[in-house]
Design a binder for this molecule. Structure first.
Ligand code: PNW
Length: 493
């Protein structure tokens, strides 16, 4: 347990936060004692989280690992995409990224210094199967063996995502990637293999990260790998194949992992917030949640596409069989939700769907990234609507966070007050939803360290530890101290 073995003084030394006076405590007062007192205070205090609430951080393979040609890793569609001109705003790539492949031990110490007890990371499919299918690459899997051992030795529970968008290029070349069900099947084979090999230490697997973004940005807008701009029928078929891949993977993991292994999706569900809380608006936001997630969580949890989805798609509807719908809706153990921003504020209306999605005024505020409009209520309504609509009994917030300008002040520290403000407000809503009994069991802050932010390259920093991309040195931002204090108190601070 990190609390027992780590003092504030050590946090200051390892994380370098001593300059802000965070590390000074009377001699002998270890974090172990203060954290117990704090947790007790949190339980009494209305800002407290449930006892045993799981605090963690999240990352993904291509965004942090680097080492893209090491130990037999095959190329992924993100290697190809970043090396195509005009795709990434700062012309960068993930070839080295945060060099986590070589610095994972240091990064585990950063997690420990925060007091986190869980870590969500992703496994790079092309490290394990360089060709997508066929002969596995033991050296690739070994990296994750080393990482898991290091996490467990430091009291941190691993939560593994099987797909965070780095598809083996071979599958794109051979089958057109997710445009073909062959990729859905290959994903299940890879998932089953990983579950068998790592399932002695990984008890929680997420299948696919954010189906919605990889479908829309990767296959519709062309802004993410593989950079396709398919017609609507093609996009709808990819969406179906991805959902099928999720369902097949759930079955493969169940077939190959140890008993008691838990599995579920990690989805950036379209977040629908009542514009203000009247019973009619609350009901309207529930209906909008179901319809606007029709091709993702709704089909995964209900086993059918909604009538409105199929009517709207018309001749472009995906081709599917009843058997595929059964596979897609294989029961999951939990739902992971990435929550960044309210996608829609919803108002009840006397129209066909029963609601209006209010347009955002141009004056609505945003964080550093223009898409990231702060609406902390999304952290209440997303899990609440998912739990209510589908009777989900276990939810994890698999990502939440923001980028910030993150310029060091003259004293060298990064006072990321906008990130602290954002996190405090979202965590206040998370506390509210847990206090009302919605079964959210853990929270993974995106992200542990600054990393390669896809099309935005290194221009959007989401870490609570700053990474100098020249030296790869990690330095805690003020938000790291904020998160550490929140965890120690198990309450919003
Ligand atoms: C997620 N939106 O992407 C991804 O899972 C991460 O890999 C990424 O680094 C992180 O969030 C920050 O962007 C999202 O427009 C991108 O709502 C866009 C949205 C949501 C999530």
């Amino acid at each position: 347990m990190p609390f027992r073995t780590f003092s504030r003084r050590q946090f200051g030394r390892i994380a370098g936060w001593s300059a802000l006076g965070m590390s000074v405590l009377p001699a002998g007062s270890g974090l172990a004692q203060s954290s117990r007192e704090n947790a007790a205070a949190g339980a009494r205090n209305s800002s407290g989280f449930p006892k045993g609430f799981l605090w963690g951080t999240a990352t993904s393979s291509y965004q942090i690992e680097g080492a893209v040609k090491e130990d037999g890793r095959g190329p992924s569609i993100w290697d190809s995409f970043t090396h195509t001109s005009g795709t990434i705003s700062d012309k960068s790539n993930g070839d080295i990224a945060a060099d986590h492949y070589h610095r994972y031990k240091e990064d585990v110490q950063l997690m420990k210094a925060l007091g986190t007890r869980a870590y969500r990371f992703s496994i790079a499919w092309p490290r394990v199967f360089p060709d997508g299918v066929g002969t596995p690459n033991p050296k690739g899997l070994d990296f994750y063996n080393r990482l898991l051992d290091e996490l467990l030795a430091n009291g941190i529970e691993p939560f593994a995502t099987l797909y965070h968008w780095d598809l083996p290029q071979a599958l794109q070349d051979r089958h057109g990637g997710w445009t073909s069900r062959e990729t859905s099947k290959a994903f299940a084979d890879y998932s089953g293999y990983v579950a068998q090999r790592l399932g002695d230490r990984v008890k929680h697997f997420f299948t696919i990260n954010e189906c919605s973004r990889m479908v829309q940005l990767g296959h519709g807008l062309g802004a993410d790998a593989p950079g396709l701009k398919l017609p609507q029928a093609g996009i709808n078929q990819v969406r179906h194949n991805v959902a099928l891949g999720h369902g097949l993977a759930v079955q493969a993991i169940r077939a190959h992992a140890r008993a008691g292994t838990r599995v579920g999706p990690a989805e950036n569900a379209v977040s629908c917030v009542p514009a203000f809380e009247t019973p009619a608006n609350v009901r309207a936001a529930e209906m909008a949640t179901r319809e606007l997630n029709a091709g993702y969580l709704t089909v995964m949890l209900e086993g059918k596409y909604t009538d409105a989805y199929l009517t709207h798609a018309g001749k472009d509807a995906p081709q599917f069989t009843p058997d595929e719908l059964r596979v897609i809706s294989t029961p999951v153990d939990f739902v992971g939700l990435n929550v960044y921003t309210p996608d829609h504020y919803v108002i009840a209306a006397d129209n066909g769907p029963g609601y209006t999605l209010a347009p955002f005024p141009s004056s609505f505020p945003h964080m550093k990234a223009s898409w990231l409009r702060p609406g902390p209520e999304a952290m209440y309504w997303s899990p609440r609507n998912v739990a209510k609509l589908w009777n989900v009994k276990s939810i994890y917030i698999t990502e939440n966070g923001t980028s910030s300008t993150d310029k060091p002040a003259p004293d060298g520290n990064i006072y990321d007050l906008d990130r602290v403000m954002y996190l405090r407000n979202y965590l206040t809503q998370l506390q509210r939803v847990t206090a009302e009994g919605v079964p959210v069991q853990g929270y993974f802050l995106w992200s542990l360290i600054d990393n390669f932010e896809w099309g935005d390259g290194y221009e959007q920093r989401f870490g609570i530890y700053h990474v100098d991309f020249e030296t790869r040195r990690r330095t805690p931002k003020l938000s790291a101290a904020f998160y550490r204090e929140t965890i120690a108190k198990n309450a919003v601070v």
